[in-house]
Design a protein around this ligand. Structure first.
Ligand code: NAD
Length: 484
């Protein structure tokens, strides 16, 4: 493992979003650092690709063990740099370790498959090969978990990896260097800096083979364009605008709690946050009443405080963007039932009150495009068909939720809603074995599961004939035509 310093002397401050204090600085690396990292990765790849699966598995389990041993240290750092409540970060560290355990095993499970040959003296099989040097570009909202979804399968598949954390949350990622230090030198490197600088330099570099990036649609589009020019593989996990349907038969207390968690978890800054709520008319008044009451009981504060439910937003830019969407919605007729403002109780920090809006029009910017903040816009629908139509009226396709025990409604929605994950009565739960990813503009890649390993392997078909003989269909064709 290596995490070098920048060729230049520049650095980037890391800010605690709860206090606005600078808590560290990291090197602001550039294209020269990208070049150096790629050379190291290419050299490391040549050996790593041939390490037997069972040995890789032992090393990846060791990475997981070390991550677990650092759980408190990592979760504390993540709370300080990213703002999420400590318990959410503690869970994230455990899920990160579990992902390395999962791919340690899945990675040694198979390396291709055997195929029926076209003649009995032939053998056909596939082998799965690593791409080479993978660049893992990670956002700030789940800095370690989303890193593990790329790095663990990429390593298990035999690739060398260069990790580029978000400029907002590089500290916990850098702390992982101890967890990776049992791997051969150069197999994993961590570089820091801005996306447009070192990030894009790695994307453009002719020595990188696969760019695995999670981020906004805008960033994904830019990375995808650069990769297309070089016909390089881009593995993109982008924005979402997940619908959340509450049917008339839902257990209201459960649905309200599930909805609030889906909307406000990590201050609503989750790619799979519930972002548009479609509630059956029959129960809408009661759902709204209970949701407002519960939301008002949530504690907004520094994630380091164990009583905090909702932490700050990541930065002022993000907060201002969300607030401008709320203001526009109100101007166009929406009503704020709670929240709708930067918290007046906090003198420092980027705290935005968990917000519920009604009388929301489906065409408002607040619901039409991804609003990355603690916002629950509630819209009434008359039945399941209207809910499905509304849910599908978007350019993204990451996840979708429904609360109902009506089998027909649940299955109809599952079949018709365009989304990579469909949750029934349990929002946002991931499973290492369950592929995760999006459709439409969210991207078309998958992480987790066996699919998540295959994204980092290329298939080679091998055709073998154990009988050396001249084939009838080779030249000369005069003879071949006679046989036919
Ligand atoms: P972002 O797009 O601003 O940045 C993501 C990463 O890309 C960062 O590391 C950034 O430095 C890097 N980057 C930016 N421009 C780049 C460039 N030109 N070349 C290379 N790298 C570049 O996103 P963000 O604000 O960090 O994260 C929030 C977004 O991520 C939201 O849209 C959210 O929905 C999405 N997201 C998606 C998933 C998913 O699985 N689909 C998961 C989490 C977050």
């Amino acid at each position: 493992m290596s995490a070098g310093s920048a060729t230049n002397a520049k650095s980037i401050p890391v800010i605690n979003p709860a206090t606005e204090k600078v808590i560290g600085r990291v090197p602001r690396m550039d294209a020269r650092d990208a070049d150096r990292a790629v050379k190291i990765a290419r050299a490391a790849f040549e050996d790593w690709r041939w390490v037997p699966g069972v040995e890789k598995a032992a090393m990846l389990h060791e990475v997981a063990r070390r991550i677990r041993a650092m759980q408190k240290e990592l979760a504390t750092l993540m709370t300080r740099e990213g703002g999420k409540p400590f318990c959410e970060n503690r869970d994230e560290v455990e899920w990160t370790a579990a992902c390395f355990n999962y791919y340690a095993e899945i990675g040694r499970n198979s390396r291709g498959s055997s195929l029926p040959p076209v003649a009995h003296h032939q053998v056909n099989f596939t082998i799965k090969e690593p791409y080479g040097v993978v660049v893992a570009i990670v956002p700030w909202n789940y800095p370690l978990l989303l890193l593990s979804w790329k790095v663990a399968p990429a390593l298990a598949a035999g690739n060398a990896v260069i990790i580029k954390p978000s400029e907002e949350t590089p500290l916990a990622t850098l702390a992982l260097k101890d967890a990776f230090s049992g791997l051969p030198e150069g197999v994993v490197q961590i570089v820091t800096g801005y996306g447009e600088e070192i990030g894009e330099a790695l994307v453009r570099h002719r020595g990188t083979d696969l760019i695995a990036a999670t981020g906004s649609v805008e960033t994904g589009r830019r990375i995808g364009r650069i990769c297309a020019d070089q016909v390089k593989k881009a593995h993109l996990e982008l924005g979402g605008n997940d619908p959340f349907i509450v049917c008339s038969d839902a257990e209201l207390d459960v649905a309200v709690r599930g909805a609030c968690w889906a909307a406000f978890l990590n201050s609503g800054q989750v790619c799979t946050s519930g972002k548009r709520f479609y509630v059956f008319e029959k129960i809408a008044d009661e759902f709204i009443r209970r949701a407002v009451k519960f939301t008002k009981s949530l504690r907004l504060g520094d994630g380091a405080n164990p009583r905090t439910d909702v932490g700050p937003m990541i930065n002022l830019r993000q907060l201002a963007d969300v607030h401008s969407r709320v203001v526009d919605a109100v101007t166009d007729g929406a009503r704020v039932l709670c929240g709708g403002r930067r918290s007046p109780k906090h003198k420092k920090g980027f705290f935005y009150e968990p917000t519920i809006l009604v009388d929301v029009d489906h065409d408002m910017r607040l619901v039409k495009s991804e609003t990355f903040g603690p916002i629950m816009p509630i819209m009434r629908v008359k039945d399941i068909d209207e809910a499905i139509d509304r849910a599908n009226d978007q350019v993204y396709g990451l996840g979708a939720n429904i609360f109902t025990n009506n089998m027909e409604w649940a299955m109809r929605a599952m079949d018709r809603i365009t989304a990579g994950t469909f949750w029934i009565n349990d929002p946002l739960t991931d499973n290492d074995a369950g592929p995760f990813g999006g459709m439409r503009q969210t991207g078309h890649s998958r992480e987790l599961g066996e699919e998540g390993l295959d994204e980092f392997r290329e298939t080679k078909h091998v055709h073998l004939d154990y009988r050396q003989e001249i084939k009838t269909y080779w030249y000369p064709y005069a003879k071949y035509n006679k046989v036919r």
